[in-house]
Design a protein around this ligand. Structure first.
Ligand code: CA
Length: 229
């Protein structure tokens, strides 16, 4: 999985998260101060940094700005309360995502995987085939069962993003961020509406899907049609 650096001064949280993330296959090193965290980022070159915003020596935001001056490593910030103004500042200062305490290692792991998937994305230009669905982003051509699909640019991008990750459940927030480039917002309906248009063009419905499977409360995945459909 990933090499993670956890910057957290609370020893109980640090030990619990280190253990939980290791159990999920990550290599985890940790630091209890901002300066140690900066040193660790530069020396160990982790794949991702989890940064507590409440550190004893430096303001977490200050540390994030210093870190961004020397590294483009993905950063997830941890904040003690929802609606923390420091969280908005952290996103402005270049954090990739955030979690609100208390959170579990499983929740953090899901965020880590989503951030790494986005940041390491080399699939944007690859043509993809899932079942009899084919998409070529260079020519912007899509076909289903050999027949061309008439998609809007946004529909094409959405379908390609999902088809490049067959079988993976993708959350609406990730789709808004990656397909619409809307950083954070509650515009879930946008995704739903486009998915329903896509379903119509693919000749399927939410009730009897062939390719687009909604996972209630989580997101949507694109997968080959079930056998016999
Ligand atoms: Ca703290």
């Amino acid at each position: 999985m990933a090499n993670l650096l956890l910057v957290e001064d609370d020893v109980t949280i640090r030990i619990a998260l280190t253990k939980g993330l290791r159990e999920r296959g990550h290599a985890v090193s940790s630091a209890s101060t901002a300066l140690d965290g900066l040193r660790g980022t530069v020396d160990d070159r982790p794949d991702l940094v989890v940064l507590d915003l409440g550190l004893p020596d430096l303001d977490g935001l200050e540390m994030l700005r210093m870190l961004r001056a020397v590294s483009q490593v993905p950063v997830i910030v941890a904040t003690a309360r929802d609606g923390d103004p420091a969280m908005v500042g952290a996103l402005d200062a270049g954090a990739d995502d955030y979690v609100v305490k208390p959170f579990t290692a499983a929740q953090l792991d899901a965020r880590i995987r989503a951030v790494l998937r986005r940041s390491g994305d080399s699939r944007a230009d690859d043509s993809v085939t899932v079942g009899t669905l084919r998409l070529d982003p260079r020519s912007r051509e899509a076909t289903l069962d050999g027949a061309p699909l008439d998609l809007t640019p946004r529909e094409f991008d959405l379908l390609h993003y999902l088809a490049a990750r067959p079988g993976e459940v993708i959350g609406k927030r990730e789709l808004l961020t990656q397909v619409w480039q809307i950083p954070y917002g509650g515009a879930d309906k946008t995704v739903d509406v486009h998915l329903s248009w896509l379903r119509r063009k693919l000749g399927e419905t939410a009730q009897s899907p062939r390719y687009l499977f909604t996972v209630r409360g989580v997101g949507v995945k694109l997968a080959p049609p079930p056998a016999g459909s």
